[in-house]
Ligand binder design. Sequence first.
Ligand code: GLU
Length: 509
Amino acid sequence: MERKVRVRFAPSPTGPLHIGGVRTALYNYLFAKKNGGDFILRIEDTDQGRFVPGAEEYIIETFKWLNLNFDEGVQKGGDYGPYRQSDRKEIYKEYAQRLIDSKNAYYAFDTNEELDAMRKQYESEKKTFQYDSSTRESLKNSITLPQDEVKRLLKENTPYVIRFLFPKDTTIEIDDLIRGKVKMNSNLLDDKVLFKSDGMPTYHLANVVDDHLMNITHVIRGEEWLPSTALHIMLYKAFDWEETKPEFAHLPLLLKPDGNGKLSKRDGDRLGFPVFPLIWVDPKTNEVSSGYRESGYLPEAVINMLALLGWNPGLDRDIFSLEELISLFSLDRISLSGAKFDLEKAKWFNHQYLQQRPNRVLAEDFSVILKEKGIDFDINYVEKVVYLVKERCSFVNELWEQSSFFFIAPNSYDEKVIKKRWKPSTNDDLYVLAERLNILDNFESNTLNETIHNFIEEREINLGQFMNCLRLSLVGKAMGPDLFEIAHLLGKKETIERIERAVKTISII
Ligand code: GLU
């Protein structure tokens, strides 16, 4: 029988979620939804030493913001819970014992001091120490010690770890859905710790046991986990779970913009863009790292951008809705090489999605900034302003720079424009124009267009020069959208007042 697709995103709450982790989650989500499957959130917090308060909440808030919903998981619940590994502690013990019983794992009693001394000795001989088939026979473990001694040590609560016993000279084959067949020789792998005497499993044991118990069909995760997969494959074998073993897909790395190395947590603020989805304040150092949300990125833009960083649908366009991404997604179009982060492209995506956002919603977003600036506004007016200037913006916070003159009349005029465009006759021209505008009953932009053009023709003045001076009067600078639209939105009274003020203030004689 075909199994229902079940994938999981399994972050460790050791700090803010890296944007690469968000991409991993997104690919899992797209794969699940494409195949009518389940998308599960499991928190892997077995390494208590690396636990960071607030990190789990951060993860949950990130996916709420992105509107990527889990079918099961922490907070949400489900039939395969609990979904936080520290709440599943009791489960792992039994599985560690099974491995001991089947001789796939063994107790090791070597202290940290003993292992450190060993490492140093190897280093002095220019070798690297590894706990494996070449060394385990000479170390303090249940393979070398007599049974009675092992029993005694356990009874006396001597600290121990349980290590996986990698067979010698064995080739382990990973059938990766992205990379194809990957082979590893067991002699290169160390006998990884699976369980500790404090009752906690390590990542490897907990991860494999949970993927099995949660009926996970596909493990889609970052490339950095590929070496560990050899151990995971061996664990499925040791537990005799090979029939239901999940398929593996290891995703290419997200690289720095210049392609030199992995995009790291430190890169973002150093290179001027966020590497975290949300702002993060380090609870220990109070250091602040910027987030996409707070930097004005729209969740749809972040999703679209991340989807194309390492995967491409083979079509001649870049904008895809979440529904389109779901229907187009397939693992075989994931690239093998790392994907370079591209800040300009990220901004471009945001620009595109900002244009698609309904003007009313953008006006509401913008109102927050207007309120902060103490501006009194009518939301219908703001909506019209947004419509006129949004094309020039990629972020909501750029709306102010592009539209402040709609809310505050200019109190100074760009000197460079005055020098270049203003003529001794301009004051008089503008004064007469103001009178002409004053008698208009209709202040629609096309009426204004016609009236002003007729006026220019009648007086035989230079179109470009005069329009620039009119713009300077209304805006204060040589910027902004269509001038007739500006005048229309400002309204008759305000437009005339601004022209008159400019005429009074600017003098080149
Ligand atoms: N807890 C691991 C991480 O933090 C999960 C790796 C996996 O998906 O197996 O990335």
